[in-house]
Design a protein around this ligand. Structure first.
Ligand code: UD1
Length: 333
């Protein structure tokens, strides 16, 4: 099986490429490196012991993507390529609508024309907004988005449903990621945030490495055990695995559309993450409690029973494993 992986040099994309190759699937990477580094391709080849085909192309470009579909003839597509900064999306919403929605529409126009059997889309738990109850199931209501980034994911989800209703010849899987963290245990690939990270774990590892002065915990007066926000942190290798299972499920269930939460099912608070990071890596982190960040939901974690049942997926790594791997990776940078 040959699968086009847009955003294949990015954080989740690169880990998924490894899993595809380990499962005998040939990835074709399409990435324009706006938010990833070319050396990731070399690292992937080292890790996988094989050459990997890649194209430096913006996947919004219909003509260039058409040429790749015609020459490579992929059986499936995994679409990771998207902009993902919540803050940036508030400052520059059109970039998010153009790139995130535009790239999906381009790809759907192409899979309509070409014999592609399966399409896997990177969605996010952001579509649930601030949920009324936790854990969130796939049937929990889609809430008003906090940001253009979140709204772009909601629009993309609806776009896939409408596309499928009009043309059910492909099998489409939407994966709603919770908070991806960690790095490959080999420390050859991991997260490479550009500039000051928005997300908690890269901020923690950069602080431990002395790149940042301190971690500011965004609020400690939420209605949670220790007052800090609770999230579902999922190891990126476990998340990667869900894509291979989704592709196989899509092949066995043609003309189908389905949505899965990909999370551990366990919530951890910001302070629990900090304490676990300190313990597993035997170090002390400089942190302080600061004001709340606008738009943060107090508690979000997944009900993952549907993906466990349907895809036979379950997470293998613990929070501690992920925090160890994140720190090991940071030390290689
Ligand atoms: C955000 C996005 C989510 C996306 C994820 C990964 C929203 C609402 N959330 O999730 O869609 O999938 O990023 O890119 O769109 N925190 C601190 N100090 C920091 C950084 C974070 O205390 O310096 C806290 C936050 O308040 C939050 C937790 O750590 O409670 C996780 O934050 P973050 O890593 O930014 O992820 P989310 O906001 O949950």
């Amino acid at each position: 099986m040959k699968v086009l992986v847009t955003g294949g040099a990015g954080f989740i994309g690169s880990h998924t490429v490894v899993d595809l190759i380990e499962n005998g699937i040939t990835p074709i990477i399409v990435d324009d490196f706006r938010n990833s580094e070319k050396f990731v391709l070399k690292q992937l080849e080292k890790l996988c012991g094989t050459k990997i085909v890649s194209y430096n192309i913006d996947c919004c470009n219909y003509e260039q993507m058409e040429a790749i579909f015609s020459s490579e003839k992929p059986d499936g597509v995994i679409h990771f390529a998207a902009d993902k900064s919540v803050n940036e999306s508030v400052e520059n919403p059109l970039k998010y609508y153009q790139n995130n929605i535009g790239s999906l529409v381009t790809l759907l126009r192409l899979i309509e024309k070409h014999p592609v059997k399966s399409f896997v889309f990177s969605s996010s738990c952001t579509v649930y907004g601030n949920p009324d109850s936790v854990p969130v199931t796939e049937l929990s209501p889609i809430k008003k988005a906090f940001s253009p980034y979140g709204f772009s994911k909601q629009v993309c989800e609806q776009c896939l449903v409408d596309f499928h209703n009009s043309n059910p010849k492909n099998s489409i899987i939407l994966l709603r990621y919770f908070n991806p963290i960690g790095a490959h245990p080999s420390s050859l690939i991991g997260e490479l945030p550009i500039g000051v990270p928005n997300n908690l774990i890269p901020f923690i590892t950069q602080t431990a490495a002395g790149v940042r002065e301190k971690v500011v915990v965004f609020g400690a007066s939420y209605n949670t055990n220790d007052g800090t926000c609770v999230r579902d942190y999922i190891h990126v290798c476990d998340l990667a695995k869900s894509h291979v299972l989704a592709l196989n499920y899509a092949l066995k269930n043609p003309n189908n559309i389905d949505t899965f939460n990909v999370g551990t099912g366990k919530g951890d608070s910001v302070l629990e993450v900090i304490k676990s990071f300190e313990k597993i890596n035997s170090l002390t982190l400089n942190y302080e409690i600061g004001p709340k960040r606008a738009g943060d939901a107090p508690v979000v974690y997944a009900d993952n029973s549907y993906i466990k049942k349907k895809l036979n997926w379950s997470p293998k790594y613990s929070l501690e494993d992920a925090l160890l791997h994140s720190w090991n990776w940071q030390q290689t940078l």
